[in-house]
Design a protein around this ligand. Structure first.
Ligand SMILES: [Fe+2]
Length: 552
């Protein structure tokens, strides 16, 4: 047996993954253990968990997803394992994370992010267990930096805020694409930035993580403010001007993603594409690549951002083929007994139901307007909740977004919520039916269905959907089927189980979030906890400014 521990260390979203005999067996982000969002540094807790999960005291090899000369501290000192150590270039780890578990014998592979090991973009051809790098874009040119810089200008300064801009863009009109095209222009098959609009080339890109969550220094120069007007302060009003800049940024990013994908197709002439890197979390751009380039199949790594390099580095060192990542459930799981113990410790009573009763009850409560905390099986790897650590609600309700934000999520009102749809029904509701198991592709909602699902149909009539196959998550599939039986709608609204912090990992995390927020019904495995009074009373209490106590 060969066990390879993969690590994303000293980058945002520190993570660990374990590959045994060429197959992924465990993967998790450090933030879920440390409860510090996007935590960088060294993933000690996640690494220890991965090994314990496989019953190992040490691995045969460790694979770190960056070059040895880029590492700010010696990771050997953190772990002290007497084993082989490998350092896999950051973007090679991204490429490997997308291609090796894709199930494709050969494919074009594209990785794009801000930077890793001095590179922002790689184009490659994957064949068997090998990757041939065809092109790379080096510092200081970067689509990730472009997007983050304008995200900062828009008043969203935090690490990982780029997704907010993707959600904001459809509210605007892309009136400033000419301006945005001054920031980034084609260069052969690739692209280059006009550095006058940026600062990252003048001083080392500041990625500070001493305080926990990483923070990035200001990336744009005063010239960007001359071009677009003064930067928005984080708490200032969002105006139509900001929406139009967001729309223009998104449009220009999509142009460049499409150019890169098209160039990669010309070079490889392969019908399959694998995507990774932070830019590959831009589900709108991914949807367009699938629609508008000759690629017929696209595999996007669920942990497309840096956490996925833990998986990629380990698979690359294992030169692993034959393993296909069909789901994202690679994290810790808890038995009903462990869930019951967490409830008992908090003095909360629960009811145990068999799966049929459970799915019937939860579907009925979602139909009635309740917000449900749904905690099952193994925690997802990557930034999306996919039915194991999810908050579920009724996609048919116009007001559900505001209710969720007021009672649990506290997100910006413009951000969309996404649907989990039965895979076998998705083509009836969305214009594309290519599988989207990881919520990283945005499709247009069919015209005759839009008004039926206002809770998950975004302002531009799209949805960032998860297609749910029975074999990959039988209980979740059954729940959605039960909801369809009651309502005729084969999907539920699915958002991550958290209150703007790392997604819950343990039953105790879930219970704390339930108690702190106004989720109506908590499901921990087979156990159900109802908040006394249900939806109406909770809403009434909210109106009165009161707190609703969790009771059995
Ligand atoms: Fe990266």
């Amino acid at each position: 047996m060969a066990a390879i521990l993969g690590l994303n260390a000293y980058h945002g979203d520190a993570a660990a993954a374990l590959v045994v005999d060429g197959r992924l067996v465990a993967a998790a982000e450090e933030e879920r253990f440390s409860r510090v969002k996007h935590v960088a540094g060294f993933p000690s807790l996640a690494a220890a968990w991965c090994l314990a999960e496989a019953g190992l005291s040490s691995p045969d090899a460790v694979a770190v997803g960056c070059l040895e000369q880029s590492v700010p501290a010696d990771p050997r000192a953190e772990l002290g394992f007497d084993c082989e150590w490998h350092f896999v270039e950051h973007h090679v780890a991204h490429l490997a994370s997308a291609f090796l578990p894709s199930g494709f014998e050969d494919a074009a592979v594209l990785s794009a992010d801000a930077f890793g090991d001095g590179v922002s973009t790689m184009l490659a051809r994957g064949q068997g267990s090998s990757l041939e790098v065809l092109e790379r874009v080096a510092f200081p040119h970067s689509l990730g930096v472009l997007y983050t810089a304008v995200t900062q200008w828009l008043g969203f300064p935090r690490y990982g805020d780029e997704g907010k801009v993707m959600g904001l863009a459809p509210y605007g009109t892309p009136r400033f694409t000419d301006e945005l095209r001054r920031l980034v222009r084609p260069s052969g098959d690739l692209f280059e930035l006009d550095l006058e609009y940026f600062t990252h080339h003048q001083h080392p890109m500041e990625l500070a993580w001493a305080e926990g969550t990483p923070s990035v220094g200001r990336l744009f120069s005063p010239k960007l403010e001359e071009l677009l007007g003064p930067a928005r302060a984080p708490e200032a009003e969002l105006t139509a001007h900001h929406e139009d800049v967001a729309a223009s940024l998104q449009a220009v990013l999509e142009e460049h993603c499409l150019r890169l994908a098209q160039a990669l197709w010309e070079r490889t002439r392969l019908p399959r594409l694998c995507l990774a890197g932070g830019v590959a979390l831009n589900a709108v751009a991914n949807g367009r690549i699938l629609r508008e380039t000759p690629f017929r199949q696209v595999f996007v790594q669920p942990a497309a951002s840096d956490s996925g390099t833990a998986v990629g580095a380990a698979l690359q060192v294992a030169a692993a083929r034959g393993f296909t990542m069909e789901h994202a459930y690679w994290g810790p799981q808890y038995t009903d007994e462990e869930c019951a113990a967490a409830l008992a410790a908090a003095g909360i009573e629960s009811e145990r139901l068999d799966e049929k009763e459970l799915c019937a009850l939860v579907a009925e409560r979602i139909d009635a307007g309740d917000i449900v905390g749904w905690f099952q099986g193994r925690m997802e790897f990557g930034p999306r909740s996919l039915g194991d650590r999810s908050i579920l609600a009724d996609p048919r309700r116009h007001e559900i977004k505001d209710v969720l934000n007021a009672r649990v999520k506290h997100r910006e009102p413009f951000r969309p919520f996404a649907p989990s749809v039965l895979a076998e029904r998705s083509a009836e509701w969305f214009e594309q039916d290519h599988p989207s198991p990881f919520m990283v592709l945005v499709y247009r909602t069919r015209a005759d269905k839009r008004e039926l699902i206002p809770g998950v149909n975004h302002v531009d009539d799209t949805g960032r959907l998860q297609t749910v196959r029975r074999e990959m998550n039988p209980r979740y599939h059954r729940l959605i089927q039960e909801f369809e039986r009651r309502t005729g709608v084969p999907m539920v609204l699915n958002t991550s189980f958290d209150e703007n912090e790392p997604i819950v990992m343990t039953p105790a995390d879930a219970l704390e979030t339930f108690q702190r927020t106004r989720i109506d019904l908590l499901v921990l495995g087979s156990l159900v906890v109802r908040r006394s009074g249900g939806a109406e009373e909770a809403a009434e209490a909210a109106a009165l400014g009161g707190q609703v106590e969790a009771q059995g």
